[in-house]
Design a protein around this ligand. Structure first.
Ligand SMILES: Cc1cc2nc3c(=O)[nH]c(=O)nc-3n(C[C@H](O)[C@H](O)[C@H](O)COP(=O)(O)O)c2cc1C
Length: 247
């Protein structure tokens, strides 16, 4: 398939259905089955994602793939620190992902998704030990057979964060096309030094996020989480009148 090739299906509506399906069925899976994912699949996902757009075609992404012992060792190294409140409290993230001050409507959305997930799992407000265990599932890659880490050269500017978002979405959509699921994870940011040390990532590379990749274990209740979205009219303004003549 080259970049100027015609659509692989004769009907455009069929293509729309498939593309929309891939985007709409992408969701964050937080329980994976032990069904293996082949290296060929991972390579083929990245081989498609590399066609993502980036300003001036700079393609700022770098990917580290962890499986088997490398993944288990990393999980263990992170869990050791994560389970020690004194050690984990001292850690700083490589960049500020979330707002320092949460305002409406974002704070409500954040709370809703958190409580919806904990609600499904029967974790009640104030049950810090169970919250910690559930949060710690991040570092086990939710049992996914493949973990991915994405880094960016530190000299890059904020524009590369836009490029990165495109690349991450492409990875997730290409995964859907292969029947696979993902969960992007900012939870790894706090442990960027451990990850860099374990994977020998050079100092000039900054961790952007991690990602779990595998087949969903649909028997698990956490995978029934249905997150809400705002309607198009709530975030879109169509401008079609001349400002001066607009009343
Ligand atoms: C950059 C990024 C970081 C995220 N970090 C985490 C994370 O650390 N752990 C987690 O369980 N989900 C994480 N998520 C998943 C979001 O919670 C999820 O995308 C959101 O609630 C919408 O749900 P959906 O992905 O199922 O559509 C992250 C998503 C993004 C885009």
């Amino acid at each position: 398939m080259n970049r100027h090739s015609s659509p692989p299906l004769s009907s455009l509506s069929e293509i729309q259905r498939i593309v929309d399906w891939s985007i709409r069925t992408r969701r964050s899976v937080r329980a994976f089955s032990d069904q293996p994912v082949s290296r060929e699949d991972v390579e083929s996902i990245l081989d498609t994602a590399r066609f993502s757009a980036s300003g001036m075609n700079i393609q700022p992404w770098r990917v580290h793939v962890v499986t088997a012992d490398a993944k288990a060792n990393l999980s263990a190294a992170i869990a050791k620190v994560d389970d020690d409140p004194a050690l984990s409290a001292e850690l700083e993230e490589p960049y500020q992902y979330y707002p320092r001050e949460w305002v409406t409507p974002y704070i409500e959305r954040r709370r809703k998704v958190g409580w919806d997930l904990y609600g499904l799992l029967g974790i009640t407000k104030g049950d810090k030990p169970r919250m910690h265990v559930q949060h710690g599932r991040n570092y086990q890659f939710f049992d996914a057979p493949v973990g991915l880490f994405f880094t960016l050269e530190r000299s890059m500017e904020v524009g590369s964060f836009i490029d990165y978002g495109m690349f991450l979405q492409s990875v997730m959509i290409a995964a859907r096309g292969r029947g696979l699921h993902t969960c992007v994870q900012a939870a790894f940011l706090k442990y960027h030094r451990i990850i860099s040390a374990e994977l020998a990532i050079p100092d000039d590379q900054m961790l952007m996020c991690g990602m779990s990749l595998g087949y969903a274990d649909e028997r698990c209740i956490e995978n029934t989480l249905a997150t809400e979205r705002e309607l198009v009219e709530s975030f879109t303004t169509f401008h079609d009148k001349n400002k001066e003549t607009d009343v």
